[in-house]
Ligand binder design. Structure first.
Ligand SMILES: Nc1ncnc2c1ncn2[C@@H]1O[C@H](COP(=O)(O)OP(=O)(O)OP(=O)(O)O)[C@@H](O)[C@H]1O
Ligand SMILES: [Mg+2]
Length: 512
């Protein structure tokens, strides 16, 4: 356990030579010290938040020294550490402010949940502090409560992750110096995706797909020390299922929810936009992913580049496939590699066998069930303020739309929303907006006649058959609950900050 004395000695040494270039080792030492001290605060926050605050403040002092250290322009690792420490420091300061305010106003202090800070990558602690007391029956379950926190990703988090991706990109720029500059620019500017700000709960239903993705990609990135050896996760994931049901949406959500660099590439753009260069692009893409790991490489419409090889296909497409297979194996050589490849397709049966073998985890993304349809409809309608549809009518709609995909439902709601406008005829030109009548159930009755489901029963059967033969949808609710709640040491109560969560939190700090 580091002591105050050593913290002060560091501060003193810093004070002596503030303008000199510092060493990364020194920075890491301060990082460790602040970690230990803040950890001490964590331990006692539940029972004595005021004393914990003392420790947090000591931690903050050391962190402040660390973020002020000077580094040369090439010390990208140091700048990454400083950036993370800065974010963490702000959150600990936030927690201290909360404790101080609550003490001043004599309110209960609330839970230690602020200390989800290291795993939330900058999520503001207003999202993090749970209400101080629960009234039995009146408050949603802990799990539901924590899920509420995941409903939307606050802008500040989006900005924080984007800023961190920017930093990583800069670091990558150095590492990828030897790469063809044109390709490197394409990868860093067009392929590396920014945080789209979509949370798991923007996706209705698809619980098992979400769970499987988290098990394959989120948890192993969170706890690489556990997921090694025999427990090493699947490095290749395939999302398959009928069109319009959220495969691409799920992947975009991963880009928001994972603290990994997300490379998103569509097979059609790979073959058309960079024709001739596509093989090189794949090579560079994987090199960049290795250099920037933890990373996720997402290939949409994967069947169109990695379909079954045949004697008729042209030379360049065959070379592209071979390159992909070689690169895929290349990123999976070491246990410590943290590159996950995710492919999405609505034609899994067209995939080359060698590719299928590499995408070990094959997750079925089916048509939404009644509950998911209800949630999609509710979500879509929540965007409109002028609605006159009762709860039981919504349920009825959900039942009546059996066989509709997510995007079919979107089309249906759009159609229904246009009904009040269609009635206006020529008067649309000068009709004040507030006089437009609300969308009602009758509008859906009309719309349903025009918007039919796009996926046939036969194709659903074919998907189910393929899923039986090659699919893998494995659940481990307990593990996944931890991953989903990583924001959410969050909505949980004091008692729920279990040792395993603490370990997660701490490991996250260690892996800064
Ligand atoms: N489960 C869902 N929850 C919320 N929205 C959904 C869901 N499924 C689909 N959608 C909506 O449908 C749109 C289309 O989904 P998406 O593009 O992810 O489909 P896809 O499975 O990738 O289809 P394709 O196979 O044609 O590429 C999404 O942008 C989203 O608005
Ligand atoms: Mg798609």
């Amino acid at each position: 356990m580091p002591c105050l004395f050593s913290a002060f000695s560091f501060m003193a040494s810093y004070a002596r030579a503030p303008a000199q270039t510092s060493s990364v080792e020194e920075l890491k030492k301060l990082q460790r010290q602040s970690f230990d001290i803040v950890s001490g605060g964590l331990d006692i926050d539940e029972v004595d938040p005021i004393q914990a605050m003392g420790l947090y403040k000591r931690g903050i002092t050391i962190m402040r020294q660390a973020v002020r250290m000077n580094f040369g322009p090439n010390e990208t690792e140091a700048r990454l550490i400083q950036d993370k420490m800065q974010q963490n420091m702000e959150q600990i300061e936030d927690r201290c402010r909360t404790i101080e305010e609550r003490v001043a106003s004599r309110k209960p202090i609330g839970t230690v949940n602020a200390l989800s800070f290291p795993v939330t990558h900058g999520r503001p602690s207003s999202q993090i502090i749970a209400p101080p007391t629960y009234v039995a029956g009146a408050i949603p379950s802990k799990y539901e409560k924590s899920m509420e926190n995941l409903k939307s990703i606050p802008q500040s988090v989006v900005q924080a992750t984007n800023a961190s991706t920017e930093l990583k990109k800069k670091a990558a720029f150095e590492k990828l110096k030897t790469m063809d500059p044109k390709i490197r620019d394409i990868i860093l500017n067009e392929v590396v995706m920014d945080n789209p700000g979509i949370g798991w709960d923007h996706i209705s239903g698809l619980e098992s797909a979400k769970q499987a993705l988290q098990e394959a990609a989120v948890l192993p990135l969170l706890r690489p020390d556990i997921f090694r050896g025999l427990r090493s996760p699947a490095r290749g994931v395939l999302l398959f299922g009928p069109p319009g049901n959220g495969k691409t949406f799920l992947a975009r959500c991963m880009a928001s929810e994972c603290d990994a660099v997300f490379f998103g590439i569509s097979a059609s753009s790979l073959t058309s936009k960079w024709v001739g260069d596509s093989e090189k692009l794949v090579r560079c893409l994987f090199t960049a992913a290795r250099n920037l790991q933890p990373a996720i490489v997402f290939i949409d419409e994967i069947d169109s580049i990695l379909g079954e090889r045949s004697t008729q296909e042209n030379e360049s497409s065959r070379r592209l496939k071979t390159e992909f297979l070689v690169q895929f194996d290349g990123v999976n050589t070491s246990d410590s590699d943290q590159v996950v490849v995710i492919g999405a397709t609505n034609r899994p049966q067209d995939l080359d066998e060698a590719v299928r073998r590499r995408l070990v985890k094959r997750i079925y993304v089916p048509l939404p069930d009644t509950e998911a349809r209800l949630s999609i409809i509710k979500n879509l309608l929540s965007k409109e303020s002028n609605i006159d549809i009762k709860a039981d009518q919504m349920k009825q709609l959900a039942r009546r739309t059996n066989g509709y995909s997510g995007s079919d439902l979107a089309a249906l709601c759009k159609n229904a929303a246009l009904e009040p406008v269609r009635e206006l005829g020529a008067s649309i030109k000068n009709m004040p907006l507030d006089q437009l009548r609300p969308i009602n159930y009758e509008d859906f009755n009309h719309a349903i006649k025009k918007s039919k489901p796009s996926v046939s029963a036969e194709s659903v059967e074919a998907f189910e058959e393929w899923e039986k033969q090659f699919g893998s949808t494995k659940k481990d609710k307990k593990l996944v609950a931890y991953a989903r709640n990583r924001t959410a040491v969050v909505g949980a109560t004091i008692q729920s900050t279990t040792p395993i969560l603490r370990k997660l939190v701490r490991s996250r700090l260690r892996h800064l």
